[in-house]
Design a protein around this ligand. Structure first.
Ligand code: HEM
Length: 455
């Protein structure tokens, strides 16, 4: 029998908008889920939305009839202004074709080829940290991790063909571009961004700077005799199985821009939380140190070491449980449908929330407790697959998940070889859960040397 949905009434005309855009949004979503159950209906202006908070129903949305749960929401329209029609934003047959072309570049074997690019970037970055540490400087962790993960993804794509000047231009364009994109997605009122204001012109300017660099590198690569083994080359060599056609320059640009964006802020925010949590958990930090010292000593890891650092991986997975970099996954329902026993109206928006699912008391024992052992192989097998979704799920699961896990484990291991990252005891760890789960306040860390390489 169909179950009638329930939810908060909200205000006339605007519905629950003030709650939804407030900084306490996640607490509010948690409270309506506690009050009304696993399917909650509410309005934002005139539009109907559902919050879905049960792994069985989430599985249904992400795996069954995916063309009925699309990415046609207003926030994706803004995302498309930057990413174009890429694997992340495309839908239907266009998405299927792109995913099939791009996916092989992210298989484990291919990612392993990128391990040296990752470890080179991390080495270079940690050498800079050594200088700053010896000069007694504190390090703002979120900025530092953003800088590092952007360098890694850009180098993984362009390897040695990227000049230092290009890297500087990319780094400088990204911070304001991401901030402006986040504002647009959080406050999706088109008119505001069409006004001839300086900041709207600058936004276009950042996109054009990045486009200029990406198209130039693609053009140079087509003409080059010696092609490096980087992600760009894998994408350029990949072809559609049916037509044999490769991606066009515009399609390549859209994929590259997507990987720049999807592939760095997410990992950076999880890494910032990781250092924050370790600085208050000496037991866990010591276990990581023990694993890293035993497996690597002072040598640089290679791809085969990833599997030998399971504790580092478990800690990272647990970080993404409590601080999922993508706390909310939106969808649009195209036509009336049944979700389990619930009738769902076409034209409505849907929110799935890794943040809430990762704390669902039916699926996690004492969910607020940080415990990496939840990700022991045997424990992991007992989990409901759709109760843990840091990378989304179903056919549109994150394409870069293996890349991100290897990158994170290498950052944890190589940093641990050289440093302990300490945060002052009065640090405010409060999260800001918007588009990503970021620390609300600066995390100014003091680095303590463990071993210096070569000593
Ligand atoms: C910790 C790091 C990362 C997290 C938490 C993360 C999270 C996610 C999530 C939740 C989705 C699904 C979005 C949805 O269904 O609407 C997604 C999709 C995607 N991610 Fe990631 N991501 C990470 C790293 C990366 C990296 C490193 C890359 C590429 C270099 C990447 C590229 C993509 C792409 C292309 C998609 C779209 C896939 C599709 O729709 O077919 N991500 N990611």
């Amino acid at each position: 029998m169909a179950i009638k949905r329930k939810g908060p009434k909200g205000y006339p005309l605007i519905g629950s908008l003030p709650k939804f855009i407030s900084s306490d949004r996640m607490d509010w979503l948690q409270s309506i889920s506690n009050t009304y159950g696993d399917v909650v209906e509410f309005k934002l202006f005139k539009k109907n939305f559902y919050l879905i908070n049960h792994p069985d129903l989430v599985k249904d949305i992400l795996t069954r009839d995916i063309d009925n749960y699309t990415k046609k929401s207003i926030s994706f329209k803004f995302i498309k202004e930057v990413l174009g029609e890429s694997t992340f934003t495309a839908m239907g047959d266009d998405w299927r074709r792109k995913r099939l072309i791009v996916q092989p570049s992210f298989r484990n074997a291919k990612i392993s080829n990128l391990a040296t690019i990752m470890t080179d970037c991390i080495e270079e970055f940690l050498t800079e940290w050594e200088t700053q540490c010896d000069g007694g400087k504190s390090i703002e962790l979120n900025d530092a991790m953003m800088y590092l993960t952007l360098r890694i993804v850009v180098k993984a794509l362009f390897s040695s063909t990227l000049s230092d000047a290009d890297m500087t231009d990319i780094t400088e364009a990204f911070k304001p571009l991401l901030e402006a994109a986040n504002t647009r997605i959080s406050l999706p009122i088109k008119m505001l961004y069409r006004l001839p204001l300086n900041k709207n012109k600058k936004y276009q300017g950042y996109i054009e700077t990045l486009n200029g660099i990406i198209y130039r590198i693609i053009k140079d690569r087509r003409l080059a005799d010696n092609k490096p083994e980087d992600l760009l080359q894998m994408l350029m060599d990949a072809t559609d199985e049916d037509t044999g056609l490769p991606l066009t320059d515009i399609e390549l640009r859209d994929e590259v821009m997507t990987m720049f964006i999807a592939g760095h802020e997410t990992t950076a925010s999880a890494m910032s939380w990781l250092w924050a949590i370790l600085s208050t958990n000496s037991n866990i930090r010591e276990k990581i140190e023990q694993e890293v010292d035993e497996v690597l000593g002072e040598r640089v890891p290679d791809a085969s070491d990833f599997a030998k650092l399971p504790y580092c991986l478990k800690v990272f997975k647990e970080i993404m449980r409590l601080y999922p970099p993508v706390p909310i996954i939106p969808r649009q329902v195209e036509k009336d449908t049944m979700l389990g026993d619930y009738p769902i109206k076409g034209g409505s928006g849907i929110f799935l929330s890794p943040h809430l699912l990762h704390r669902h008391p039916e699926f996690w024992h004492v969910p607020e407790v940080f415990d990496p052992n939840r990700f022991d192989k045997a424990e992991e097998r007992k989990q409901h697959t759709y109760a843990y979704l840091p990378f989304g799920g179903g056919v549109r699961v994150c394409i870069g998940n293996n890349f991100a896990l290897m990158e994170a484990v290498f950052i944890i291991a190589m940093t641990t070889q050289r440093f302990r990252v300490n945060l002052p005891s009065d640090t405010n760890f409060e999260p800001s859960v918007g588009l990503t789960t970021k620390p609300k306040f600066a995390l100014n860390a003091v680095l303590q040397r463990r071993h210096a390489r070569g000593n």
